[in-house]
Design a protein around this ligand. Structure first.
Ligand code: SF4
Length: 257
């Protein structure tokens, strides 16, 4: 799904002022597809039952070390689903994902393209806090995703999945490549034998951005701003052509968080 070079001209950072008839047709089709996908009916009762069972889970070695299971936040009807790595200390205490400093930065990232918590559904690859905020281990990820994330995705069927950081990106794309190489480009995510497919955009984790605060053009924050603007463009009906050069910084950084 990586774009040819010419497609980069229609990215969020470089919107094309004049579209060819073919591009107009594609954009119109994209808008129509987007509208059709917003009509997906979520089985709210089934989702609520799944989340309730999730809150009682003790299936892996993470549960004894945490305060509570942190399942989700946001809107189950949203077109965008965000997957982080795992709850931190603040999330473990409050019981909602992304409520600490990283969560506040995530809110600013979303706000930079006019998205709020009501426009997304947020969860993590593991629902219990790993000790000392270490990365989830393979057995924990396999157990938790099989029991909870995969059924969540099957019920929610989001149009767009944003994976934050290495752990969710590598798991959902079945790759060992790092986030630096994978971010900024659309990837297909398929489930149920290919019956359902979403667009997946890997992005830097907000915790990484907190450790790399530079607002320099081409830095991690600048690139994340580029990525989230591409997400906005596709949500607005743009064709998800990807970005041929995900390292190329945008011109200007008007709403950089
Ligand atoms: S991390 Fe997931 S599998 Fe492990 S106990 Fe928590 S909810 Fe269950």
């Amino acid at each position: 799904m990586t774009a040819p070079d010419s497609a980069a001209q229609t990215s969020a950072a470089q919107p094309s002022a004049v579209q060819t008839p073919a591009a107009q047709t594609s954009a119109a089709q994209g808008q129509q597809d987007a509208e059709e996908k917003t009509t997906v009916v979520i089985d709210a009762e089934e989702l609520a039952a799944l989340e309730e069972r999730n809150r009682g889970c003790t299936a892996c070695k993470l549960r004894p070390g945490c305060t509570q299971v942190v399942v989700s936040d946001g809107n189950s009807q949203a077109r965008v689903l965000i997957v982080g790595e795992g709850p931190g200390a603040d999330e473990d205490r409050v019981g909602r994902p992304f409520v600490g400093r990283g969560g506040q930065l995530l809110d600013r990232i979303l706000d930079s393209v006019q998205l709020g918590r009501g426009d997304v559904y947020v969860t993590n690859i593991v629902k219990c806090r790993p000790p000392a905020n270490r990365n989830p281990e393979a057995d924990e990820t396999v157990t938790c995703t099989a029991l909870w994330l995969e059924p969540q995705l099957a019920l929610l069927r989001p149009e767009i999945i944003l994976t934050l950081g290495n752990t969710p990106t590598q798991y959902l794309l079945s790759t060992k490549q790092g986030i630096t190489k994978l971010r900024g480009v659309w990837h297909p995510y398929r489930q149920q034998g290919g019956l359902w497919e979403a667009l997946l955009m890997p992005m830097f984790h907000p915790a990484y951005l907190l450790r790399n605060e530079s607002r320099a053009v081409g830095g991690p924050k600048s690139l994340t701003w580029r990525d989230v603007r591409e997400v906005r463009r596709v949500l607005d009906g743009g064709v998800p052509e990807g970005m041929s050069d995900p390292l190329r910084p945008p011109e200007g950084q008007g709403t950089l968080f």
